[in-house]
Design a protein around this ligand. Structure first.
Ligand code: HEM
Ligand SMILES: [Cu+2]
Length: 648
């Protein structure tokens, strides 16, 4: 690599991005220095082990990534707006769909949901924190480092361009020289470690830290979906870890796992990728189902219809999610028997999913529904997601898939599923728990504008793509001709994409507007909630969550308490509370991970070794760190609780 190739120059779009990043960075440093906020940032956020703060930081970064992925999407839609456009060349287009897909799934959808889990789950089960608070901070920093490494590729060295699926041999050294693909491998590898640790953490938290009396079959639905999602993470992510490591070896050390030479198998990569990749789809879908369940019950003022059926269908979906991966390559010639098997398992998933849809509808049936914005998103989810689901069943028919495969029919299908389930749920959950995090609601009127414009833009963008697909337009093409006859629908689709972009601006404006003008929430129970997170005070409950952990005697425990006239915050005598200390180790370790990752991307092995030594040094340091946390004194609890009550 020559130095003049190191920093990407010459492209006006990238130059614009570089300049705006530089300006934002200088601005951030200036603001932090001017308001003397560095210490606050370090003590209260960077080294914090408080699950709520880590959750908020996850969400913040996810929104940032939604912006980046969204800009990518708009650039692609601009290029495709009309025949023979020359806005992006083919290589540039390839890079952008690769970073768009990877960022949206790995660095937007997952961290958004993990952020909401972090904020909500310990509160919802009546715990003081997650099971392993140190690990939680470490997970966060590994995710940030992986995200950062992946994102700098477009400034330093060049972006990956082999698609988010990185099929071999397209992703090999021969067809994809340069550091781009290495960024993909190492960025995902590092952030994947964080995700795996989060999965373990959440699983142990939910199994071991529930409030007294909360049996498994009494857990709120978001807790259930988080538990099952965590199990999927623990089972699926190691497959990705191995696959990425093998491809890294192929590229860096000349092994032959996925090359055609010396017995390697390109299809092995496709299989490993989707053995992780399909469960991954459910990692971002199940928590969404949980969020909708919480919101629909709250705003229908009813218990969830068919609670047991809901739990069993989540379990069924999670088992099936490991048995369908071949539907991603029906056309690669596995033969009729294999294709039939995977065709049937795929279609079978629609049964438990359908059960859930009916349960949500029946929860709303005869409920006293209020259409607040979180509820609007949840109601809109149902028909939009059904469109995605039904076209999924169409794709599942192996014989018919020979027609749909790799066309815009598929592109439309997976966006209907990912946006109507995951993105709608992220928005819904964000708005729903916003008062818990920040102490005031987002403005409802602006929120409704955001909702209607986004949902309209979404359908205008993606519905026409089904017909483009049926008309034969392949995915991942950067140009088409007048004679193809795809102009009108593509143009409509692009208009829809920009409408969604407009909606996003409205969301950002709403955050600003509500920060300035929203009335402060004083009850801690902004929406008339049913579960325990609403029993704590807001904004952001005290770092120990509950001065005294409530005892659970019924499903929807907070609703039950309210009905019985019990105030969980009325406590005669406080007792001191044990809490974990902050830690700087994960942040430092993250810096070494970055060094190691960056070194490997450029095959500067000395740098990789320095980074690795640093990582091990941090581990050793941590092993001899006997800090067992500290006690929050009774006086401090009294003081904190008084302040929280006074805010009422
Ligand atoms: C918000 C509006 C969005 C728009 C306008 C949009 C648009 C696009 C476009 C134009 C492509 C390239 C299609 C092609 O050339 O084959 C694409 C691919 C993709 N999108 Fe989106 N997208 C959006 C949101 C999302 C979200 C939220 C996710 C995931 C959570 C997502 C995941 C993907 C994936 C995985 C690909 C495939 C990338 C590949 O082929 O390697 N998109 N999207
Ligand atoms: Cu799949």
């Amino acid at each position: 690599m020559k130095w003049d190739e190191f920093i990407i120059t010459g492209d006006p779009l990238i130059l614009g991005a570089q300049i705006s990043i530089l300006i934002s960075a200088i601005g951030a440093v200036f603001v932090l220095t001017y308001f003397k906020k560095w210490k606050w940032l370090w003590d209260e956020w960077i080294t914090s082990v408080d699950h709520k703060k880590l959750g908020i930081m996850y969400i913040l970064i996810a929104i940032l990534m939604f912006f980046r992925g969204g800009i990518d999407a708009l650039m692609m839609r601009t290029q495709l707006a009309a025949p023979n456009m020359t806005f992006l060349d083919s290589l540039h287009y390839n890079e952008i769909f690769t970073t768009h897909g990877t960022i949206m799934i790995i660095f937007m959808a997952m961290p958004f949901l993990i952020g909401l889990m972090n904020v909500v789950i310990p509160l919802q089960i009546g715990a003081r924190d997650v099971a392993f608070p140190f690990l939680n901070n470490l997970s966060f920093w590994t995710f940030v480092i992986g995200m950062g490494l992946f994102n700098i590729s477009f400034i330093i060295g060049g972006s990956p361009s082999a698609g988010w699926t990185s099929y071999m041999p397209l992703a090999s050294n021969e067809l994809n020289p340069g550091p781009g693909q290495n960024y993909y491998l190492l960025g995902l590898q590092i952030s994947g470690i964080g995700t795996l640790a989060t999965g373990i953490n959440m699983m142990v938290t939910i199994f071991k830290m529930r409030a007294k009396g909360m049996k498994l079959m009494m857990m709120p639905m978001f807790t259930w979906t988080t538990l099952i999602t965590s199990m999927i993470i623990v089972l699926a992510f190691p497959v990705l870890t191995i696959a990425l490591a093998e491809m890294t070896f192929d590229r860096l050390f000349g092994t032959h796992f996925f090359n055609l030479t010396n017995g390697g198998m390109p299809m092995l990569w496709a299989n490993l990728f989707w053995i992780w990749g399909h469960p991954e789809v459910y990692i971002v879908a199940l928590p969404a189902f949980g969020i909708f369940s919480e919101i629909i019950t709250t705003f229908s003022k009813k218990r969830l219809f068919g609670y047991n059926a809901m739990v069993y269908s989540i379990v069924a979906i999670s088992v099936l999610s490991f048995l369908v991966w071949v539907h991603h390559f029906f056309t690669m010639g596995s033969g009729a028997v294999v294709n039939s098997f995977f065709s049937i398992t795929t279609m079978a998933i629609s049964i438990p999913t359908g059960v859930k849809i009916f349960n949500w509808l029946l929860t709303m049936h005869k409920g006293r529904i209020t259409f607040s914005t979180p509820m609007l998103w949840s109601v809109a989810f149902i028909p939009n997601f059904v469109i995605g689901g039904v076209t999924g069943v169409m794709l599942a028919m192996a014989a018919a898939d020979y027609q749909y495969h790799n066309t815009y029919f598929l592109v439309s299908h997976f966006h209907y599923v990912l946006i109507a389930a995951t993105v709608f749920a992220c928005f819904a959950g964000f708005i729903y728990w916003y008062p818990k995090m920040f102490g005031y609601k987002l403005n409802e009127r602006i929120g409704k504008w955001f909702f209607w414009i986004f949902v309209a833009g979404f359908n205008i963008c993606f519905f026409p793509q089904y017909f483009l697909g049926l008309d034969g337009m392949p995915r991942r093409i950067h140009i088409y001709g007048v004679e193809d006859g795809w102009f009108a629908l593509n143009f409509i689709s692009t208009v829809g994409a920009f409408i969604m972009g407009l909606a996003f601006i409205i969301l950002v404006y709403n955050i600003y507007y509500s920060f300035r003008y929203s009335p402060r929430e004083t009850t801690g129970d902004a929406w008339g909630g049913r579960t325990l997170e609403w029993a704590t005070s807001s904004a952001i409950p005290p770092h120990y969550n509950f001065a005294k952990v409530p005892e659970v005697t019924a499903m929807d425990p907070y609703w039950d308490m309210k009905e019985k006239g019990i105030d969980p915050n009325k406590i005669d005598k406080y007792e001191k509370i044990h809490m974990p200390s902050n830690t700087a180790v994960p942040f430092v370790m993250g810096c070494f991970m970055f060094l190691a990752g960056f070194g490997l991307v450029f095959e500067w092995f000395w740098m990789g070794i320095v980074g690795a030594i640093g990582i091990f040094a941090c581990m050793a340091y941590r092993s001899f760190d006997y800090n067992d946390g500290y006690y929050v004194s009774v006086e401090e609890i009294e003081e904190t609780e008084k302040r929280a009550r006074e805010a009422k």
